[in-house]
Design a protein around this ligand. Structure first.
Ligand code: IPE
Ligand code: IPE
Ligand code: MG
Ligand code: MG
Ligand code: MG
Length: 339
């Protein structure tokens, strides 16, 4: 990255960090479809921007309510949890829960408790990912990271608290049969833990600045640190909606590929986007010696590979009709998103 671009990014980052009240407009999800082979548009009835906006608004309201008056939690802890959660994320994991539950007949409202629990787990992961001992980031979703706005100990505890709060919330609110509840809780716990996100985060740390890391190791790391929670979001939505085994299998395959697309886009954006658009400091991966498919294959090849994966994810949904248009549009959005 040129020095001029870096300086510009730094300036934009500082300006964004100063503005603690940044509200993300609905147009945040408007995105340009990239050049390349034309793909069939999402079904005529599905409006991705409108659905994403509706979901993000509902999640913001729901989180604001479930992160107020937490019995026993000090004001500082509650504020730090709120800072980490109520700050304009894209809410794509709740969106996946909502879409899959809807595909199998459950309304967005009925799956909302589940959507909120999944987003709480994700918000915890971001707070810890940004810590000085991890990625050491100052900016997240256009605002100072939790350890910057508070302090490191508070950020660690706010992350721990969001994770435990998520499972408490889910255990008491999913509101299905005990068997389905247990299955959903098990899926999410596994996806968040050592065989999932935390396992992937450890691999990410171990790979940092290690150019011996193989492409297979990088793919596994991406799959665990990001892919598992995306996979679990799709699966728990489908389980909640009562999907049969074959349908669950098909959406799982979709989610595994879509998770890889999502992280590849994240890695590409770190190289290609600017800090103001990203809401996090651009160019950090290269500076930290992060091992990604982008750092190893180059932007062009990684982009091409990602576009192929989008088509594979859509192909995994071939058994479904227009009810899967939301998922089809979503994986295209994962690849084309601006941030
Ligand atoms: C960022 O996730 C971390 C990754 C797993 C790549 P998102 O891009 O979903 O972040 P928010 O929630 O929209 O801020
Ligand atoms: C984070 O991956 C994955 C998580 C589990 C949070 P990154 O470290 O690339 O995510 P960003 O770029 O900081 O959002
Ligand atoms: Mg990281
Ligand atoms: Mg990071
Ligand atoms: Mg990243």
């Amino acid at each position: 990255m040129s020095k001029k671009k870096k300086d510009k990014d730094k300036k934009a980052g500082k300006a964004a960090a100063r503005d603690l009240e940044i509200v993300r407009p609905a147009q945040r999800w408007d995105f340009a479809v990239p050049d390349g082979p034309p793909s069939p548009p999402p079904g005529p009835t599905f409006n991705l921007n409108a659905e994403l906006t509706d979901c993000a608004n509902a999640i913001q309201l729901g989180l604001a309510s479930l992160l107020s008056d937490i019995p026993g939690a000090s004001e500082r802890l509650t504020d730090a949890m709120r800072h980490g959660a109520l700050n304009g994320g894209k809410r794509i994991r709740p969106f996946l829960v909502r879409l899959t539950a809807q595909m199998f007949g459950e309304s967005p409202l009925r799956s909302r408790a589940l959507q909120l629990g999944v987003e709480l787990i994700h918000c915890y992961s971001l707070i810890h990912d940004d810590l000085p001992a991890m990625d050491n980031d100052d900016l997240r979703r256009g605002r100072p990271t939790v350890h910057k706005a508070y302090d490191e100990a508070t950020a660690i505890l706010a992350g721990d608290a969001l994770l435990a709060h998520a499972f408490h919330w889910l255990a008491t609110r999913i509101g299905f049969s005990a068997e389905t509840n247990n299955r959903i809780l098990g899926e999410l716990a596994e996806a968040a833990g050592p065989s999932g996100m935390v396992g992937g985060q450890m691999r990410d740390m171990e790979a940092e600045a290690n150019e011996e890391t193989s492409l297979d190791d990088i793919a596994l790391m991406m799959n665990l640190k990001t892919g598992r929670l995306i996979r679990a979001s799709v699966r728990v939505g489908a389980i909640y909606g009562g999907a049969d085994d074959e349908s669950l299998e098909a959406v799982t395959r979709y989610a595994e590929i879509a998770g890889a697309v999502f992280q590849m886009a994240d890695d590409l954006l770190d190289f290609t986007a600017d800090t103001a658009t990203l809401g996090k400091t651009a160019g950090k991966d290269e500076a930290a010696g992060k091992q990604t498919l982008v750092s190893r294959l180059g932007v062009k090849t990684a982009q091409k590979r990602m576009d192929e994966l989008v088509e594979q994810a859509i192909a995994a949904l071939s058994r479904f009709g227009p009810e899967a248009d939301g998922l089809r549009a979503t994986v295209r959005y994962f690849a084309a998103r601006p941030n």
